[in-house]
Design a binder for this molecule. Structure first.
Ligand code: G3P
Length: 274
């Protein structure tokens, strides 16, 4: 499983690179907004173009940097994708364009603009990361349209299921993969998808059945348990927020072990290093 950092914060991206764990970055307009607010708070001012250049350089060749379009119609998205790709792919040959699988905001809008854009970009040879995937069906359609990656939003599916259940929850709460019983004792589910991790599992199963080459990026992960569970599924890539990467390394018994090993160093042994 490859690890991408789900962040547009250059400092976080640099740290993850330094740890040697990260081969990519996924950004979106919300993550760019957070990074810019943080930068301005630190009194830094850098142009968006230079900033994205630095992200692409930090990830380097053989990595992947997802940059998202902002239009909601296919023509506009294709134009913006071409613009982003021409501007930033030459930096390190690592850009993928994030296109929402569907850009409709309600029932009456056209639901197929995303797929149309993905299909045109695939023909042009521009790699697409189809984003905002909430069902296996959407993942299948995006893959058929030619997406190189699909990004199922595991955390947001957990939000959705818990909201439908009327549960109060925080962003870091974990929704159990086996589903949850409502007050009638029934397992609550979202049309057969019982959690965010289950969504990822179902997409992998469908792709596996047909040998679909599109890679699955487990996204919208909010805690280490979700990361572990998507890794157990054999997902191709997990894009992980930096705070979750920090959670993944810590364990009280590791702290304790370090203290004990340090206490037990005898002079004969430390002499080896002088
Ligand atoms: O990768 C998508 C991600 O940035 C969304 O995360 O936690 O806002 O659902 P979240």
């Amino acid at each position: 499983m490859e690890i991408f950092v789900d962040s547009a914060d250059l400092e976080e991206i640099k740290k993850a690179k330094e740890y040697g764990i990260c081969s990519g970055v996924t950004t979106n307009p919300s993550l760019i907004k957070q990074a810019v607010i943080r930068m301005k708070g630190d009194g830094k001012n850098v142009s968006m173009e230079d900033y994205i250049n630095m992200i692409c350089k930090t990830i380097g060749k053989n990595g992947s940097v997802s940059l998202e379009v902002i239009s909601l119609d296919a023509k506009g998205m294709v134009k913006e994708a071409g613009h982003l790709y021409e501007k930033f792919n030459p930096v390190a040959d690592n850009v993928a364009i994030k296109i929402p699988v569907s850009t409709s905001r309600h029932e009456k809008e056209d639901h197929y603009e995303g797929l149309k854009a993905i299909s045109v970009l695939d023909e042009k040879g521009i790699p697409v990361n189809a984003t905002l995937i909430m069902t296996p069906e959407q993942a299948l359609l995006a893959a058929k349209s030619g997406a190189k990656y699909v990004s199922p939003f595991a955390g947001r599916i957990d939000d959705w299921i818990r909201k439908n259940l009327g549960m109060k929850f925080g962003k870091s709460d974990y929704f159990p993969a086996e589903g949850t019983k409502n007050d009638k004792g029934e397992i609550v589910h979202d049309e057969g998808v019982v959690s965010g991790v289950d969504l990822v599992r179902k997409i992998l199963e469908v792709f596996g059945k047909y040998g679909i080459q599109t890679k699955v990026i487990a996204a919208s992960l909010r805690n280490y348990r979700q990361v572990r569970e998507v890794a157990e599924l054999g997902v191709h890539i997990a894009t992980i927020p930096f705070n979750v990467i920090e959670e993944m390394i810590k364990h009280p018994k590791t702290f304790e072990g370090v203290v004990k090993f340090s206490e037990d160093v005898i002079p004969e042994y430390s002499g080896l290093f002088k």
